[in-house]
Design a protein around this ligand. Structure first.
Ligand SMILES: [Zn+2]
Length: 84
Protein backbone atom coordinates (compact mmCIF):
# COMPACT_ATOMS: atom_id res chain seq x y z
CA UNK A 1 0.00 0.00 0.00
CA UNK A 2 1.41 3.38 -0.96
CA UNK A 3 1.59 5.78 1.94
CA UNK A 4 0.15 9.29 1.66
CA UNK A 5 0.93 11.88 4.30
CA UNK A 6 1.00 15.58 3.53
CA UNK A 7 3.26 16.72 6.38
CA UNK A 8 5.73 13.86 5.85
CA UNK A 9 5.81 14.43 2.09
CA UNK A 10 6.41 18.18 2.38
CA UNK A 11 9.35 17.41 4.65
CA UNK A 12 10.63 14.60 2.43
CA UNK A 13 10.54 16.78 -0.69
CA UNK A 14 12.35 19.69 0.92
CA UNK A 15 15.01 17.31 2.24
CA UNK A 16 15.35 15.75 -1.22
CA UNK A 17 15.92 19.21 -2.74
CA UNK A 18 18.47 20.13 -0.10
CA UNK A 19 20.38 16.85 -0.47
CA UNK A 20 20.47 17.04 -4.27
CA UNK A 21 20.88 20.80 -4.60
CA UNK A 22 17.67 20.85 -6.64
CA UNK A 23 15.26 23.77 -6.84
CA UNK A 24 12.10 23.33 -4.79
CA UNK A 25 9.24 23.61 -7.32
CA UNK A 26 6.47 22.04 -5.26
CA UNK A 27 4.06 24.48 -3.63
CA UNK A 28 4.56 25.11 0.10
CA UNK A 29 2.21 22.84 2.00
CA UNK A 30 1.60 20.85 -1.18
CA UNK A 31 -1.56 22.69 -2.22
CA UNK A 32 -1.78 23.14 -6.00
CA UNK A 33 -2.60 26.75 -6.98
CA UNK A 34 -4.16 25.54 -10.21
CA UNK A 35 -6.64 22.88 -9.11
CA UNK A 36 -6.65 23.57 -5.34
CA UNK A 37 -5.98 19.95 -4.54
CA UNK A 38 -3.09 18.75 -2.46
CA UNK A 39 -0.42 17.06 -4.57
CA UNK A 40 0.46 14.75 -1.65
CA UNK A 41 -3.10 13.56 -1.23
CA UNK A 42 -4.62 10.63 -3.14
CA UNK A 43 -7.43 11.53 -5.53
CA UNK A 44 -9.40 8.75 -7.14
CA UNK A 45 -10.74 9.10 -10.63
CA UNK A 46 -12.88 6.75 -12.57
CA UNK A 47 -12.12 6.11 -16.18
CA UNK A 48 -13.29 3.70 -18.81
CA UNK A 49 -10.82 1.19 -20.05
CA UNK A 50 -11.20 1.25 -23.82
CA UNK A 51 -9.90 -2.26 -24.36
CA UNK A 52 -12.15 -4.09 -21.93
CA UNK A 53 -14.93 -1.49 -21.61
CA UNK A 54 -14.67 -1.80 -17.83
CA UNK A 55 -14.86 1.10 -15.47
CA UNK A 56 -11.65 1.37 -13.52
CA UNK A 57 -10.31 3.60 -10.79
CA UNK A 58 -6.98 5.34 -10.98
CA UNK A 59 -5.40 7.12 -8.04
CA UNK A 60 -3.20 10.14 -8.55
CA UNK A 61 -1.06 11.79 -5.90
CA UNK A 62 2.51 11.76 -4.66
CA UNK A 63 3.37 9.22 -1.98
CA UNK A 64 5.77 9.84 0.89
CA UNK A 65 8.25 7.53 -0.80
CA UNK A 66 8.05 9.39 -4.12
CA UNK A 67 8.39 12.78 -2.40
CA UNK A 68 11.60 11.54 -0.79
CA UNK A 69 13.10 10.00 -3.93
CA UNK A 70 12.24 12.29 -6.83
CA UNK A 71 11.93 15.96 -7.66
CA UNK A 72 8.35 17.22 -7.84
CA UNK A 73 7.98 19.39 -10.94
CA UNK A 74 4.23 19.37 -11.47
CA UNK A 75 0.82 18.49 -10.16
CA UNK A 76 -0.12 14.80 -10.43
CA UNK A 77 -3.82 15.69 -10.51
CA UNK A 78 -4.11 18.44 -13.14
CA UNK A 79 -0.62 18.03 -14.67
CA UNK A 80 0.21 21.72 -14.20
CA UNK A 81 3.95 22.21 -14.38
CA UNK A 82 5.54 24.23 -11.58
CA UNK A 83 8.85 24.80 -13.27
CA UNK A 84 7.91 27.02 -16.20
ZN1 LIG B 1 -3.13 20.70 -9.72
Amino acid sequence: MPEYNIAESVKAQSEYCKTNGAPHFAPRGGSCWKCNKNIYEPIERKFKDYLSGEEKTRTTGITVEEAGSQLVTGCPHCNRSYCD
